[in-house]
Design a protein around this ligand. Structure first.
Ligand SMILES: [Ca+2]
Ligand SMILES: [Ca+2]
Length: 70
């Protein structure tokens, strides 16, 4: 099990409303901060790929799975 504390900090930081999940607006901010050069359309596609249970929010485990599989 890798040390995910830094990733957790980033996740919490970009979870601006502290509801325990990243929504689309928060996700766009996160990608900007990571320096990802993605169009609005790519952001939506990326969001749907990461949101594996399709509930419209990225929970930390979904974020972690995506991050570790990049
Ligand atoms: Ca949130
Ligand atoms: Ca989800």
């Amino acid at each position: 099990m890798p040390d995910n504390s830094e990733l957790r900090e980033n996740f919490d930081y970009f979870d601006s409303d502290n509801n325990g999940a990243i929504d689309k607006d928060e996700f766009a901010n996160l990608l900007d901060a990571l320096g990802a050069d993605m169009s609005a359309e790519e952001v939506v596609i990326g969001f749907e790929v990461i949101d594996t249970n399709g509930n419209g929010r990225i929970e930390f485990d979904e974020f972690l799975n995506w991050w570790t599989s990049r």
